[in-house]
Ligand binder design. Structure first.
Ligand SMILES: C[S@@+](CC[C@H](N)C(=O)[O-])C[C@H]1O[C@@H](n2cnc3c(N)ncnc32)[C@H](O)[C@@H]1O
Length: 345
């Protein structure tokens, strides 16, 4: 079990006069129980300091610095604010396990998602509970195994909390309802969603291809009187876009379209959009020519594509490369780049 508020912990008892120095020494060697408060007994003139490893290891350290102490066990108030979840697991899971737990995880509404190596799934309940303790409002913690199929949906294993995969996520005040087991969603892209929406002017017609649950479109339409056609082949993505409409006060319009992008492009007239977003990083470049044909002269395409240390090359005679940015780490030495192209006629 992860240590919580007023739960037992090993400790060392020192005279009050030595307490400050003892805390400093224990903290410096990583033995102090993070987020915890020492207990002072004024009558006896002693302080009890909670530790993460055994109290005998702590006593040995203090003794080496001339501070006498006695081992003890007591209950301590352990707060979780400002702590990393791994701090709560010190002394709970073996060091060797701790060193292999990824430090980062994603928060999607009330759900947290971490990518645990398979051999660590047995520690899932402790890891999940620790994540929930340091992240306000988290009701369920999952480990994602892989992103699967055309819909890029994650396979999930529940580690802790409720059986809850549908949640409302908020980015810069824009709300999306979505089920992380049914649709693709990556909260790490929130800045990118916001950044693109800042470029759009009212009156634009935007093609949001491979839209997922429509974060680009909702950011744009909540800010500008623009019309965004959000195209995705996953029926759940379209269902959640319709649901998200009720959650946001939109200045523009989001038009969810359930279609494969190939078919949508075939059925759409040339030069009818001012801007396009193409977000299927491992295949986006295949669509560039067809998408540029849908843009008015001077129209802009934001293309997200995979590259290594160097960005991917785009060969399109009808476009000028305006900007290249690294947007996301994808795999070791593989990145998602954002390429901005302007249609030339
Ligand atoms: C990388 S995700 C898009 C993410 C989204 N733009 C965002 O910012 O959250 C790719 C999306 O493309 C959809 N998809 C994959 N192949 C498709 C196709 N041929 N036609 C339409 N949608 C497709 C998937 O269902 C998935 O939602």
């Amino acid at each position: 079990m992860v240590r919580g508020v007023d739960t037992p912990a090993e400790c060392v008892e020192v005279e009050s006069a030595h307490a400050e120095r003892a805390v400093e020494l224990l903290r410096g060697s990583g033995l102090l129980l993070p987020g915890s408060k020492a207990k002072s007994d004024r009558v006896r003139g002693v302080v009890r300091i909670p530790v993460v490893a055994s109290s005998s290891a702590a006593a040995k350290l203090l003794s080496a610095h001339g501070i006498p102490s006695a081992p003890c066990v007591d209950t301590f108030e352990v707060g979780s604010r400002g702590l990393r979840f791994t701090d709560l697991l010190r002394g709970v899971l073996p060091e060797e396990v701790l060193s292999r737990i990824p430090r980062s995880y994603q928060l999607v509404g009330s759900v947290a998602v971490i990518h645990l190596p398979e051999e660590l799934l047995q520690y899932g309940p402790e890891i999940g509970e620790a994540i929930a303790r340091v992240s306000a409002g988290v009701r369920a913690v999952y480990s994602s195994i892989a992103t699967e199929g055309e819909f890029r949906v994650r396979k999930l294993v529940r580690l802790w909390g409720e059986e809850l995969t549908e949640t409302v996520h908020t980015e810069y005040g824009v709300k999306f309802v979505l089920d992380i087991s049914r649709v693709y969603f990556n909260p790490t892209l929130s800045y990118e969603h916001w950044r693109i929406s800042e470029e759009v002017a009212s009156g634009e017609r935007v093609l949001d291809l491979f839209s997922g649950v429509g974060p680009f479109s909702f950011h744009i339409a909540s800010k500008r009187a623009a019309t965004c056609f959000a195209v995705d082949s996953n029926p759940w993505a379209v269902i959640y876009m319709v649901k998200s409409m009720a959650l946001n006060k939109l200045r523009g319009r989001v038009v969810p379209v359930l279609s494969r992008v190939e078919e949508f492009l075939e059925a759409t007239g040339e030069r009818s959009f001012t801007r396009a977003i193409v977000d299927l990083p491992h295949r986006s470049l295949e669509y560039v020519d067809a998408v540029l044909g849908k843009l008015v002269c001077g129209g802009v395409a934001h293309v997200y594509a995979l590259g290594g240390e160097e960005p991917p090359a785009v060969a399109a005679s009808s476009a000028r490369l305006v900007e290249v940015r690294r947007v996301l780490d994808y795999a070791p030495r593989k990145y998602v780049y954002g390429l901005k192209l302007a249609r030339v006629c």
